[in-house]
Ligand binder design. Structure first.
Ligand code: PDD
Length: 285
């Protein structure tokens, strides 16, 4: 069934959803995005996604497409029009249409604002059941990974390199330390049950699921260490997992062919997934 997509003020069938070839998003990857999960027709962690969108816009001096309340209404309208029970809403803002020039266009250039939905069949996937195998690759992205920009070519190449090696995804490595996954934050659980994930900086995206999971972990009395970890430390960890709005909490069972722990999804990881989902569904709007 064809989706209804929102493009610059109009709800249109996806085949009619068009932006200009001169759009700065197309020519310069000059734009930012958010992906919000939908469960039971409701938006997960929505306020946090809006806050991060505002931050990304400000960091790139991009104009705001509309007020927060109107953006929430748009999400809800799109979820309703496409009858999304389970899936996500993709939202993107670019610097709009202008003659190709490295200098930004005049400040009054209207941003392009596009939203579309994607539905999925089930929260549980084969990957969650068996756990992901990851390959490590050098992190060759730019130095402002804290901004959620639409320039995703390197993460896409990294994922393809992992696939070429027969694995599911890649963890990116810089100066010997893991930064994050191609489209997710990376974690290990140490032999003495501490959850370790890289601290916030420009080196990683400040994941919304990450913030929620760390909050849930602290509330459950679990030990959390926000610090960098090496690939070797990860290989000797008891468990490993990733988080994102798409994967929620998904186990990682091997890194570069070395099994993590038992080589099966870890118990703490399963608990974190259940706790995260319970809380996110309870607070969904
Ligand atoms: N990706 N790190 C990177 C590089 C990401 O692209 C993402 C999200 C995350 C996790 O962030 P969050 O928990 O806010 O989803 C971390 C989205 C889902 C995507 O590009 O589809």
């Amino acid at each position: 069934m064809s989706r209804i997509v929102y493009v610059n003020g109009a709800f249109v069938p996806e085949a009619e959803a068009k932006v200009s070839v001169f759009d700065r998003g197309f020519l310069f990857a000059d734009g930012v995005y958010e992906v919000t999960a939908v469960i039971g027709g409701k938006l997960l962690d929505f306020a946090a996604h809006l806050t991060r969108l505002r931050r990304s816009l400000a960091e790139l001096r991009l104009a705001s497409p509309m007020e927060d309340g109107a953006i929430l209404d748009l999400h809800r309208e799109l979820v309703a029009r496409n009858a999304i029970d389970l899936g996500h809403v993709y939202m993107m803002v670019t610097r709009g249409e202008a003659d190709r020039d490295f200098a930004f266009p005049p400040e009054d250039t209207a941003p392009s604002f596009v939203l579309f939905t994607q539905s999925r069949k089930s929260i549980e996937t084969p990957e969650v059941e068996r756990g992901l195998k990851v390959a490590t690759v050098p992190d060759l992205r730019w130095a402002r990974r804290d901004i959620k920009t639409i320039q995703l070519l390197y993460p896409s190449m990294a994922k393809m390199e992992a696939r070429r090696q027969g694995m599911d995804d890649a963890w990116m490595v810089e100066d010997g330390f893991v930064t994050e996954g191609t489209s997710n934050n990376a974690y290990i659980v140490t032999q003495d049950d501490a959850i370790v994930t890289r601290s916030l900086s420009n080196a990683i995206l400040h994941g919304i699921t990450r913030a929620a999971v760390l909050r849930t972990a602290a509330e459950a009395g679990l030990r959390v260490e926000e610090r960098a970890f090496t690939v070797d430390e990860a290989k000797t960890a008891r468990e490993a997992f990733i988080t994102s709005a798409g994967a929620f909490v998904t186990p990682v069972v091997a890194i570069d062919g070395t099994g993590i722990g038992t080589g099966r999804p870890g118990e703490l990881t399963k608990r974190m997934r259940a706790h995260y989902l319970e809380e996110a569904i309870r607070t969904a709007i």
